[in-house]
Design a protein around this ligand. Structure first.
Ligand SMILES: [Zn+2]
Length: 992
C-alpha cells in the first residue's frame, strides 16, 4: 500500500494567503502521490489548482470556458490564432518558435465543445517557467492580426493566386483541418448525436467549425469572442509536478498583475429533458465504386446525469463499462452475437466532456433497414439486464479495472499531468469539486458501500438512465459515394456566384490580399521580435543520457532483461517471440493470430469467461509486432510481443492467464473468429483517414527495407486488403485459416524463440520471476530454430491510393542509414530543421495543409517527407524535391540549427512512463544499441556545426531523392488530376 510518505510535505493550509492568492483547501490523494491545493486569485477571481507530486515533468495549463453560439469554429480558430504572437512577443508564429526552440515535452492547445485549454510541460525548471510565461501572455494579450485570422481561419483566393480569371476558392488551416474531420464517419456520427441530444445549449453547435459555416465568421466577431471569454476571471489554471506551490503563485501573481475582476457570463446551461426519442439520418463519404451494403452505422445515445453529481457519475461509469467495456459485457455481447452488424460502432461508451454526460452504443457494418431491429435488441437487452442483474465477477472485474487504471502511471503521447487535468476539468468547469475524479480509492470505497447496501444498484442505474430514459436519439449514418461531389458542386456554384457578383476592383482586392498574405507569411520575423523569446542555450543542455536500469540474466535458459523501476505497485511482463523465420506468405496472418489469441477462449473457458477473468486479474494483456534493423544495418529482427500488466497481488494469476492463452488457446469457435475478423477489418479501415500519412508512409517504405516491409504487411494497406479478403470469404474460408493459424501458433509460441522483459521494483521482479519460471516450463520447445528466409522486397512503384477524403496525404520515402552510421546525427537534426522550417512554412503556412513534416527513423533505415490533410499533391511533391536547392540557397543559420539541435535532444529525452522505459530498453537490446552509442550520438548532435550538417545533407539527400518512393492517399479525381501533371505517374489503385 502507498502511504502519505510518498506525497510532498504540505507547505500551505486552507485559509492561508500568499502573493495575492487565497488557499481554499488542501487535500491528499495518496494513491497518485499527490498533495492538492485549490486556490483563488483575490484580485481577478482566477481559479488555480496545483497537484504537487514528485514528477519532474511539470505541467502548466490555462483553460477558459468558451461556449460557442454558432458553428463558425470561432473557439477553434482563436485557439490557433492567439498563439501566433502578443505585443510583448510580436512574432508571426510564437507557438512554432516555442515548439522548436525549447525543451518542451508537451505544447499544445485543445478546443472542446465548451472550453479551450492551453497546456505546456517541461522537465527543466527554467524552461518550464519560460514556456508558461510566454503562453500566458499570448493567451491573455494576443495581437490577433488580421493576417492570422486569414491564415488560421479562412480567406478567399484564386486557385491560381496570380490570376483573377481562375476560380475563387477558400483556404485556411482550420478550414482544411475541419474538412478532413468532416470526412470521417466517426466524427460525423458523434457530431450528429451531440447536436440532437443537446439542442438548446452550446453543444448544438460545433466549436471546431463546420466547413460550411466557417467562411461566415468575421474578423470582428473573432476579436469579440476573445474579449468576452479570455479574461483571468473566466480562467481555470491547472498545475502539476514537483515545483513548489509558492513558486507557482509568485509567478502567477506577476502574470495576472494589472487585470481586474470582470463579470464573464460563460456558464454552461443544462439541457432540459426532452419528452421522447429523436430519429436522425445522415451520410458520410464512400469511395466511388464501393458497395453500399453493410456500410451503415446505427447508434443509440442517451443524455445522462450532470458530471457534478459525483455519485451518479461514478455509478454510470461503472455500469456503462460493464455493459460494453469488455467482450463479457451483456450489451456488447448481444449486439455482436446478433450479427445485425459487423462490430460495435466506434462511437460507443461514456462521454464526460459535456456538462451532462452521454452514453452511446451501436453497430457498424450494418444496413439502414436493420436500425429498428438494433434499437429493439438494445432495449430488450437493457430490460433483461435490469431483470436478471449483472454477473458478480463482471462487477468485481470492472471495479478492479477502475482501481488499476487509477493507480497506473501512464505517459503515452501526453504527460501524466494531462490525464489528471482532463479528469479535474470534468467537474471543475461546471463549478464542481475538481478532485473527485482523481481520488479513485475513495470512489471505489463509495461504490462498494452502495453496492453492499443495495445489491441491485447497478441494475437500477440501467433502468433509470437507459431503459426508462426518453431523452435519447437513434442515429443512422449511411454511406454515399456522392457525398463529397455534392458538397463540392454546391461549393463551386457558390464560389462562381460570389465571383460573378464582385466588381473588378473587389476581385483585384482579393488577389492583392492573398498575395500580401503570402508575402507576410514568407517574410521572416524581425530579429528584434525573435529576440523577445526566452531561449535555452545549447550549453544548458545536459550531455548525460537517461540510463534505464537493466540486468541481463536468464531463467531456464531463456534470456531475461530485468528493470528495477518504481511502478506504483504494478508489474509489467513482455514476452517476445522471434518471428524472423516465419515465411513471407504467412506474415500477414500474424496480427490476426495475436488478436485471436487474446480474444478467443482458452483452457476450456469460452471467450466471455476469459474476458471476465482478464478484467478481474490483469490490468491488461496486449500483443504487438515490432521489427527493426541492428545499429550497423547488417541484420534485422522481427518479434511478436505479448505484454501483460497487473497489480502485485495478481501477478501469479495474470501469468497463468498468459500461459493458458499461449498453450491452451481455443481457435475452434468459428463465429467468434468471424466477429473478430470483422472488428479488425473495420477498425483498420476507419484508421486510414485519420492516419493517412502513416498509411502512405508504410505503403511507400515497403520497397526500401525489410522492417518497413513487415510494418506494411502487419499494419498497412497490405494488411487491410488481406483482412478484407478474409472477411469477404466469411465462415467458408475459415477452415484454411484455422489450419494456418494453428501451424503458426505451433511454430511461434515456443521456448527457443522466447525472450522475457520484466519491469517493476525488486518485490515485483521477484514475483514476476517466480511466475514466469512456471510459464516457461509449460511452453513446448527444443526444436531446431529455422533460418530467416530470404525475403525479396516489393519492387518500388509510386502509388496513388484512392480514399474518400476531401484532402490528401502525400508521402515520399528515402532509404537512409542506421544508428551506427556517421550520418545519423545529422539526419536526426535535419528532420527537425526541415519540419520546423522549410516544410512547416511551405506545406502548412503557405499550402494550407494541416501538417508537413520530415521523419528519420534509424531503426528501420528510412527518411520520410509527409503531409497531413493536404489540399495539394503536385505542389507538395515539388516542395519535397526542392529541399536540396532550398538548403543550398538559404544556408542554415546558426540560430535555426540550435533550435533543431534542441528539438532533436528533446526527442531523445522524451519522458517515458515505467512500462515504456522497460519496453524501450528491450527494443534497444534487440537493436544492439548500448548506452555508449547513445552517449556518442547525443554528443555528436550537441556539437553539430552548420558546415558538417550541410555537407552530410547534400551527400545524403540528392542521391536518396533520386531513388525515393512516393505514395499519395487521396480522392480519385485529385489523383488523376495530379497524374496529368506529374512526370513520374502514380499507379492508381483502389484502397481495397
Ligand atoms: Zn486545430
Amino acid at each position: 500500500m502507498s502511504s502519505e510518505d510518498n506525497c510532498p510535505i504540505p507547505t500551505l493550509s486552507a485559509g492561508d494567503k500568499l502573493h495575492g492568492f487565497q488557499v481554499l483547501r488542501v487535500e491528499t490523494i495518496e494513491d497518485i502521490r499527490v498533495r492538492a491545493y485549490e486556490m483563488e486569485h483575490e484580485a481577478t477571481g482566477a481559479k488555480v489548482l496545483h497537484l504537487h507530486c514528485d514528477d519532474r515533468e511539470n505541467l502548466y495549463a490555462i483553460g477558459f470556458r468558451t461556449p460557442p453560439d454558432d458553428s463558425t469554429g470561432v473557439p477553434h480558430i482563436l485557439e490557433h490564432s492567439v498563439l501566433a504572437g502578443s505585443e510583448k512577443f510580436p512574432l508571426k508564429d510564437a507557438f512554432n518558435e516555442l515548439h522548436k526552440g525549447t525543451m518542451q515535452t508537451f505544447i499544445n492547445a485543445f478546443t472542446y465543445p465548451d472550453k479551450t485549454i492551453y497546456p505546456v510541460a517541461s522537465q527543466t525548471r527554467t524552461d518550464f517557467f519560460n514556456l508558461a510565461r510566454v503562453y500566458t501572455d499570448l493567451v491573455l494579450k494576443p495581437r490577433l492580426l488580421r493576417e492570422s485570422f486569414y491564415q488560421e481561419g479562412h480567406h478567399l483566393e484564386f486557385t491560381d493566386p496570380e490570376d483573377e480569371s481562375s476560380d475563387l476558392t477558400i483556404s485556411g488551416i482550420v478550414y482544411n483541418e475541419m474538412k478532413g474531420a468532416y470526412s470521417s464517419p466517426d466524427t460525423l456520427m458523434f457530431k450528429a448525436i451531440q447536436e440532437s441530444l443537446f439542442p438548446d445549449t452550446a453543444y448544438a453547435h460545433d466549436s471546431g467549425g463546420d466547413p460550411e459555416a466557417i467562411p461566415t465568421l468575421t474578423y470582428e466577431q473573432f476579436k469579440a469572442f476573445h474579449r468576452t471569454f479570455y479574461s483571468p476571471g473566466n480562467a481555470r489554471i491547472f498545475l502539476y509536478g514537483d515545483i513548489p506551490t509558492a513558486d507557482h503563485l509568485r509567478f502567477l501573481a506577476e502574470m495576472l498583475a494589472g487585470f481586474e475582476r470582470t463579470k464573464v457570463e460563460s456558464s454552461i446551461s443544462s439541457q432540459r429533458m426532452l419528452p421522447g426519442p429523436t430519429y436522425i439520418r445522415g451520410t458520410y463519404p464512400l469511395a466511388k465504386g464501393e458497395k453500399y451494403d453493410r456500410k451503415t452505422t446505427v447508434n443509440c445515445a442517451w443524455m445522462l446525469a450532470e458530471n457534478t453529481d459525483v455519485e451518479t457519475a461514478l455509478l454510470l461509469k461503472i455500469t456503462c463499462a460493464m455493459l460494453v467495456g469488455s467482450s463479457a459485457g451483456p450489451l456488447r455481447k448481444a449486439l455482436i452475437d446478433s450479427h445485425l452488424g459487423e462490430d460495435l460502432s466506434p462511437v460507443t461508451g461514456l462521454e464526460q466532456d459535456f456538462k451532462q454526460m452521454l452514453f452511446a452504443v451501436g453497430l457498424r457494418g450494418t444496413d439502414p433497414d436493420k436500425a429498428p431491429m438494433i434499437e429493439q435488441l438494445i432495449f430488450e437487452t437493457l430490460q433483461k439486464t435490469y431483470e436478471t442483474g449483472f454477473d458478480r465477477e463482471l462487477i468485481e472485474g470492472t471495479i478492479h479495472q477502475v482501481e488499476f487504471h487509477g493507480k497506473e502511471i501512464v505517459r503515452t503521447a501526453v504527460p501524466y499531468g494531462i490525464v489528471l487535468m482532463g479528469a479535474a476539468y470534468h467537474t471543475w468547469l461546471y463549478d464542481g469539486d475538481p478532485l473527485c475524479g482523481l481520488n479513485f480509492p475513495r470512489a471505489i470505497y463509495q461504490v462498494r458501500k452502495k453496492w453492499e447496501e443495495n445489491p441491485a444498484v447497478f441494475q437500477e442505474t440501467v433502468k433509470k438512465w437507459l431503459s426508462d430514459n426518453r431523452h435519447r436519439v437513434l442515429s443512422i449514418l449511411e454511406p454515399s459515394s456522392t457525398h463529397i461531389e455534392e458538397r463540392e458542386k454546391i461549393f463551386k456554384q457558390k464560389m462562381a456566384e460570389l465571383k460573378a457578383a464582385l466588381t473588378p476592383e473587389e476581385l483585384r482586392k482579393i488577389k492583392d490580399e492573398a498575395i500580401s498574405l503570402r508575402r507576410f507569411q514568407s517574410e521572416p520575423d524581425a530579429p528584434e521580435a525573435a529576440a523577445t523569446l526566452p531561449r535555452l542555450k545549447i550549453s544548458e543542455l545536459s550531455r548525460e543520457i537517461d540510463k534505464i536500469p537493466t540486468e541481463k540474466t536468464s531463467l531456464n535458459n531463456i534470456d531475461v532483461l530485468k528493470h528495477d523501476i518504481f511502478t506504483n505497485g504494478i508489474a509489467y511482463l513482455d514476452m517476445a517471440f522471434d518471428i524472423s523465420d516465419v515465411p513471407d506468405a504467412l506474415q500477414a496472418c500474424i496480427p490476426l493470430l495475436g488478436k485471436l489469441t487474446l480474444g478467443m477462449g482458452a483452457a476450456s473457458l469460452d471467450y466471455e469467461a476469459m474476458a471476465k477473468r482478464i478484467a478481474l486479474r490483469a490490468g491488461g494483456i496486449s500483443c504487438h509486432l515490432a521489427a527493426g534493423a541492428t545499429v550497423d544495418g547488417s541484420r534485422t529482427w522481427q518479434k511478436m510481443i505479448f505484454r501483460a500488466k497487473s497489480l502485485y497481488r495478481n501477478v501469479e494469476e495474470t501469468v497463468k492467464i498468459l500461459e493458458d492463452i499461449l498453450t491452451a488457446g481455443d481457435l475452434s469457435h468459428r463465429e467468434r473468429m468471424c466477429d473478430l475478423i470483422a472488428e479488425r477489418k473495420n477498425s483498420l479501415h476507419t484508421s486510414v483517414i485519420p492516419s493517412g500519412h502513416l498509411f502512405a508512409m508504410r505503403s511507400a517504405a515497403a520497397a526500401l527495407s525489410l522492417p518497413a516491409y513487415r510494418d506494411e504487411q502487419w499494419h498497412g494497406i497490405t494488411q487491410l486488403r488481406f483482412i478484407h479478403h478474409l472477411a469477404g470469404e466469411g465462415a467458408a474460408g475459415n477452415n484454411d485459416l484455422q489450419e494456418k493459424l494453428r501451424s503458426l501458433r505451433n511454430m511461434i509460441f515456443r521456448k527457443e524463440r522466447l525472450a522475457l522483459n520484466m519491469t517493476a521494483d525488486s518485490k515485483g521482479l521477484s514475483l514476476l520471476s517466480v511466475a514466469a519460471a512456471t510459464l516457461i516450463e509449460k511452453l513446448s520447445g527444443n526444436r531446431e530454430h529455422g533460418n530467416p528466409h530470404e525475403t525479396s522486397l516489393p519492387s518500388p512503384a509510386h502509388a496513388g491510393i484512392a480514399i474518400p477524403a476531401q484532402v490528401s496525404y502525400v508521402a515520399e520515402i528515402l532509404k537512409a542509414p542506421g544508428y551506427a552510421d556517421l550520418l545519423a546525427p545529422s539526419l536526426l537534426v535535419a528532420a527537425k530543421l526541415l519540419s520546423n522550417g522549410y516544410l512547416y512554412k511551405h506545406i502548412r503556412v503557405q499550402g494550407g495543409a494541416y501538417g508537413g513534416m520530415c521523419q528519420y527513423d534509424p531503426l528501420s533505415g528510412l527518411f520520410a517527407f509527409l503531409s497531413y490533410r493536404d489540399p495539394h499533391i503536385v505542389e507538395t511533391l515539388k516542395v519535397y524535391s526542392e529541399t536540396p536547392a532550398f538548403l543550398a540557397k538559404e544556408k542554415v543559420k546558426r540560430e535555426e540549427l540550435e533550435k533543431a539541435i534542441i528539438g532533436a535532444i528533446g526527442a531523445l529525452d522524451k519522458p517515458m512512463d515505467p512500462q515504456t522505459r522497460g519496453y524501450s530498453a528491450m527494443i534497444r537490446d534487440f537493436t544492439g544499441l548500448d548506452d555508449k552509442m547513445r552517449l556518442n550520438l547525443r554528443g555528436r548532435i550537441l556539437d553539430m556545426e552548420e558546415r558538417k550538417l550541410m555537407e552530410d545533407l547534400s551527400h545524403f539527400l540528392v542521391p536518396a531523392l533520386g531513388s525515393s518512393v512516393i505514395a499519395v492517399f487521396g480522392e480519385e479525381s485529385r489523383l488523376s488530376a495530379a497524374n496529368e501533371v506529374l512526370k513520374t505517374k502514380l499507379n492508381l489503385e483502389p484502397l481495397v
